[in-house]
Design a protein around this ligand. Structure first.
Ligand SMILES: Cc1ncc(COP(=O)(O)O)c(C=O)c1O
Length: 425
């Protein structure tokens, strides 16, 4: 690991034309919680986002007009529930650039989607002496399932290291990916540093040896205009609650041939075609991987969230977040003792992680909370990355469509105020 190139103060390159009164992309009034708390500066959208009224209304409408157990009943209400569920799948697939909607498997979120791949595909395809490659930037959800699989089957577990300013070192990845490599698992965007990974290059390296490419899109799909089909990855995982949708729903998109060839993940319910006394056969996609009564309100709410994001325009979403991140980096860098971690604006999404000399991130975040500024403090479920950065924890502000320059100003003022109290002038 290259300690010399990480944990440095970032170059702050604010895009031309950014003005300090940069407004929100989405009206605060669309979000009932934010509307009810006008003094709140919610800067923890990488953890979970607030929900627009249209998402809440879609869920309520579903329960008031179509609620029944889908797939199971021949009666009209059950058919309506099934239709709502499948229509949501079709809409979310379209939003994510997935032509074959039945290759979108609903899960509880990214964590479950990645565990599904590591367990169902991994145990059928990775053996002793094989190699699994992940990156130093991974969230634990895309690290631990692979580490565990490697330990269980006797495969090698290899970490591609960081390059400059918290980017991925592609040479380290090239060196790690050998002919024995079966899987390359990587994040689209780092939740801890905001680094946007070069997906095309990573996929090309993995493809060169025929390895499966698994992309953790938890911080990609909510922010970037993603077309999963064009990314060229074999599997892509995402969480609805990080993209204005409800908690408890997300998905795995995976190539049809792989899904059809691999064994199911969980057993029971609608994933079954025929149960004999000794043997059972599996239902077709997507049902094969959706055991038990499905979560219908989740996809219905997430489909409404996709409508909301489509209306805003995903290209505008990432531009807005980058502008706020750039402003935050600039304002924070002016505060004595603050070090902003991670890459320059052009290589990151709307996440700004920083440290303040002499102050623990937990103490700092409590001071910020007293000013109504909600940030995340800790290791961000990325302990291997924190080790490489040489820190135990950081403070992280993350921006989304409802944030504006006033949120950035409140963050900077609160950090400076906390510095004076915690560290002194
Ligand atoms: C990059 C990344 N991967 C995976 C996850 C896990 O997502 P979930 O808790 O929704 O399963 C998160 C959540 O913070 C994340 O940021």
């Amino acid at each position: 690991m290259n300690r010399a190139t990480v944990g440095v103060r970032s170059g702050v390159d604010v895009p031309a034309g950014l003005v300090s009164d940069h407004g929100a992309l989405a009206p605060r009034a669309d979000f009932p919680l934010l509307a009810a708390k006008p003094r709140l500066h919610y800067l923890d959208s990488a953890a979970t986002t607030q929900k627009p009224a249209s998402v809440l209304a879609a869920i309520q409408r579903y329960y008031e007009s179509a609620n029944a157990n889908p797939h199971r009943g021949a009666y009209a209400l059950s058919v309506a529930a099934t239709e709502a569920y499948q229509a949501a799948r079709a809409k979310i697939a379209r939003f994510l650039g997935v032509a074959d909607a039945d290759t979108l498997i609903f899960t509880r979120g990214t964590t479950e989607a990645l565990n599904l791949v590591a367990t169902a595909w991994g145990r059928a395809n990775v053996g002793a002496g094989d190699r699994i490659v992940v990156t130093r930037l991974e969230h634990h959800a895309n690290f631990v399932p692979w580490q565990q699989l490697a330990n269980d089957v006797g495969a090698e577990f290899v970490i591609a290291e960081l390059g400059a300013n918290g980017t991925l070192d592609l040479d380290s990845l090239r060196a790690a990916v050998t002919a024995r490599t079966k899987v390359v698992a990587f994040g689209h965007v780092s939740n801890a540093l905001g680094t946007v990974n070069p997906v095309t290059e990573i996929v090309a390296i993995a493809r060169g040896v025929g390895a499966l490419t698994v992309c953790d899109g938890a911080q990609g799909a909510p922010h970037i205009n993603v077309s999963i089909d064009s990314l060229g990855v074999d599997a892509y995982a995402f969480s609805g609650h990080k993209m204005l949708g409800p908690m408890g729903v997300g998905g795995l998109v995976m190539r049809r041939a792989l899904l059809e060839a691999m064994p199911p993940y969980q057993l029971g319910g609608d994933m079954i075609a025929n149960v004999g006394d000794q043997h059972t056969t599996w239902n077709v996609l997507p049902h094969k991987f959706e055991a038990g009564t499905p979560n219908v309100e989740g996809p219905v709410g997430l489909a409404a969230a996709c409508d909301y994001l489509s209306a805003l325009g995903m290209d505008r979403v990432i531009a807005h977040e980058r502008a706020l991140a750039a402003l935050a980096m600039q304002k924070l860098a002016e505060i004595p003792g603050v070090t902003v971690l991670g890459p320059a604006v052009g290589e990151r999404g709307g996440v700004v992680s920083f440290t303040l000399d002499g102050a623990h991130p937990h103490d700092l975040s409590q001071f910020l909370d007293a000013d109504g500024v909600c940030v995340r403090a800790g290791h961000h479920c990325a302990q291997p990355l924190m080790r490489a950065l040489g820190v135990h924890a950081t403070t992280r502000a993350s921006f989304y469509v409802y944030n504006d320059a006033a949120d950035v100003a409140a963050l900077a003022a609160s950090v400076d105020g906390a510095r004076k109290r915690l560290v002194g002038d």
